[in-house]
Ligand binder design. Structure first.
Ligand SMILES: Cc1cc2nc3c(=O)[nH]c(=O)nc-3n(C[C@H](O)[C@H](O)[C@H](O)COP(=O)(O)O)c2cc1C
Length: 328
């Protein structure tokens, strides 16, 4: 398997948009790609499998190619059942996708306690069986997105030889454990061990929030096959372009950000049914949006407290009318 040599520059390694359920759906992905350069491809938030053969259109609505013209997308599946996984994955390949991604990282107890997502990581035999039972029957390629383990970063050590036995397209690693959720820091020592031992292209994911974060990581891991960014892009959609160009995108960021916000709002207004859904969806973004604005706490609280669309629009207008300073 080809890996860039440790001396080759990796400024052109692809930038991946991380899957963030409730945030990076097709509407967001398309709007992002329309307004900002830099992201090369996205993994869509997970879809789960259901037992039985029927796949409802609504279940894969977000993944219909017609809704995903802005950015190349890889669908992600969360499942522990090989047959159901194969059935859904092959349906997605029939829609035109070339590869799908297996979620082995979801940290939430309601998922992990059922042995899915990061809940599969303490059981190498189950992972082995899953890959053995699925890969030969898939009509397209498979990549994996994983954490270091569920309880301990050592768990990945038992998984690496298993991953190496199968023809995976990539392994994307968020170097935290499942129980850590998003606390503490990504374990870069453990990531270094993974990238050395894995025979597949390895994509780094976790806490890239600024150009400097990327630069430090890119210098330390020149053989990384790509860089996946989630929360950092939601808060600062200029970041991927800054990474690609190697410099800050410059002036006018607040006005450009507002145009993006307004377009996002309009796209969701056309897509979502009812003001409540629209309000909740937009508020979800405001958990991240203010991070790149100086002194934004009051404005953020006002927006998150909005109980109606009218209040929301008023609070957002006030936020921008007060002339916020960009600090990303
Ligand atoms: C709100 C939210 C939803 C997420 N949904 C998914 C998901 O559907 N699939 C997945 O593999 N990871 C999911 N993640 C994890 C992210 O893809 C990513 O691994 C994590 O946020 C760390 O990257 P970041 O620091 O660049 O955000 C989610 C994270 C958050 C905060």
């Amino acid at each position: 398997m080809w890996k860039p040599s440790s001396s080759s520059p990796n400024v052109h390694s692809p930038l991946w948009l991380a899957p963030l359920r409730g945030l990076t759906d097709a509407v967001y992905r398309t709007a992002l790609a329309h307004h900002f350069p830099g992201i090369d491809l996205a993994i869509a938030p997970f879809v789960t499998t259901h037992s039985g053969r029927r796949i409802k259109a609504a279940h894969v609505q977000d993944l219909l190619p017609a809704n995903n013209r802005g950015l190349p997308v890889i669908p992600q599946i969360l499942s522990k059942h090989p047959d159901d996984f194969v059935h859904l994955a092959n349906h997605l390949f029939d829609l035109g996708y070339a590869s799908v991604n297996l979620n082995l990282g979801c940290p939430f107890p309601q998922v992990a306690n059922k042995g899915r997502g990061s809940g599969m990581l303490p059981f190498p035999d189950r992972v082995d069986h899953f890959l053995e039972a699925t890969l030969p029957r898939l009509t397209g390629r498979l990549s994996i997105k994983t954490r270091l383990g569920r309880h301990s970063p050592e768990e990945i050590q038992a998984l690496i030889p298993i991953f190496n036995r199968y023809p995976l397209q990539e392994v994307i690693i968020h170097p935290r454990t499942g129980v850590q959720m998003y606390t503490g820091h990504p374990d870069l020592e453990a990531f270094a061990a993974c990238i050395d031992q894995l025979a597949h292209p390895v994509v780094y994911n976790g806490d890239i929030k600024r150009l400097d974060d990327y630069r430090r990581l890119a210098e330390r891991f020149p053989s990384a096959a790509g860089w996946m960014i989630g929360r950092g892009v939601i808060a600062n959609p200029f970041l991927p372009g800054d990474i690609k160009s190697g410099r800050d995108a410059g002036d006018n960021k607040v006005a450009r950000f507002k145009r993006f916000h307004d377009d996002l709002f309009e796209r969701y207004r056309l897509r979502l049914s009812g003001p409540g859904h629209l309000l909740n969806r937009m508020k979800g973004f405001w958990n991240y949006f203010p991070q790149c604005f100086r002194d934004s706490d009051k404005g953020r609280k006002r927006i998150l407290k909005a109980r109606s669309l009218a209040h929301y629009c008023e609070a957002v207008s006030l936020f921008f009318d007060r002339g916020p300073q960009w600090s990303g």
